[in-house]
Design a protein around this ligand. Structure first.
Ligand code: FO1
Length: 280
């Protein structure tokens, strides 16, 4: 029996699903943006991409210019399509910036750089959401449009937002990360809306039936944190304790990319693999 036939309902007991998963190893990766995308790119190179499911953070998402922007979903999609800007880590390679330049001339908000072709993604997503599609639907449509064979799932279809307290003021994640260049000390982090969020369709099933669950080397606080904090996800991962592999984004006390090391220390955790494991 293949995993596909088991998943299609031909075998429905947890034991049968688990056995099927081992017959044809299926991998689930919990991912944020750049770090997660890079691990996933290696994974789909090493195994058949149809056996890979990415469960992606959506707490960085926000609305700008009336457009819904899902940076981590887009970074994973662009990277797996080989279309990403490999220097920045986010956005598309060979991007042009005419719209941003025109916006700047008008005095509009140009602090969050949206390339001309990247803008099409946000226009598409915003229109589809207005038509009643879910974030999951749009992630699948964009993955298909980019020719991906793996499955990309947002961790939830509901609105969750990372809020960061800096200098006594609570601000949105992209205000901290991009506008303030993550150069200010973080006093607290919370994920607004997470208590009532439900895992997106397929998330719990994928974690429950995978041969291996991989925690990507994404920011452990603001990328993996909200994925695990969606009710039911941490329990589903814990239930697979023997099959979970976490790849640390902290090497020798320092983050491979971004502010994860400072953020851990500022929030009272040790900036090390052990500190991350204890926090989770
Ligand atoms: N990161 C930046 O540092 N500056 C930007 O102007 C910026 C624009 C941007 C546009 C689309 C997108 O999907 C991602 C973008 N990012 C930008 C990356 C993003 O803010 C962060 O890397 C993630 O939210 C953290 O995982």
């Amino acid at each position: 029996m293949t995993f596909a036939s088991a998943a299609a309902g031909l075998a429905s007991t947890p034991e049968a699903l688990h056995a099927a998963a081992y017959a044809e190893p299926v991998f689930v990766a919990l991912a944020g943006g750049v770090g997660g995308a890079r691990l996933l790119a290696g994974l789909v190179d090493a195994v058949d991409a149809t056996l890979v499911t990415a469960v992606v953070n959506v707490a960085d998402d926000f609305v700008l210019h009336g457009l819904t922007i899902c940076p981590d979903l887009d970074t994973v999609t662009y990277t797996l399509a080989g279309a990403n800007d490999t220097v920045a880590g986010w956005g598309l390679a060979g991007e042009t910036w005419a719209a941003m330049e025109a916006l700047e001339r008008l005095g509009g908000q140009a602090w969050f750089r949206l390339g001309d072709r990247d803008l099409a993604t946000h226009l598409y997503r915003t229109q589809r959401l207005a038509e009643g599609a879910t974030v999951s639907d749009v992630a699948a449509e964009l993955a298909r449009a980019h020719g991906l064979r793996c499955t990309i799932l947002p961790v939830t279809d509901e609105l969750i937002r990372t809020m960061v307290t800096v200098a006594g003021e609570e601000i949105g994640f992209q205000d901290y990360f991009v506008a303030r260049r993550h150069s200010v000390a973080v006093e607290a982090v919370r994920f607004a809306g997470i208590e009532t969020a439900r895992p997106a369709p397929g998330v719990i099933e994928a974690i429950g039936t995978a041969a291996r669950v991989i925690v990507c080397p994404s920011n452990p606080v603001v990328s993996i944190g909200p994925v695990l904090d969606v009710p039911g996800v941490a329990a589903a991962v814990s239930a697979r304790r023997d099959d979970v592999v976490a790849v640390s984004p902290i090497v020798g006390g320092a983050a491979l990319k971004g502010p994860a090391d400072r953020m851990l220390t500022e929030l009272g955790h040790e900036s090390s693999v052990v500190g991350v494991a204890r926090m989770w």
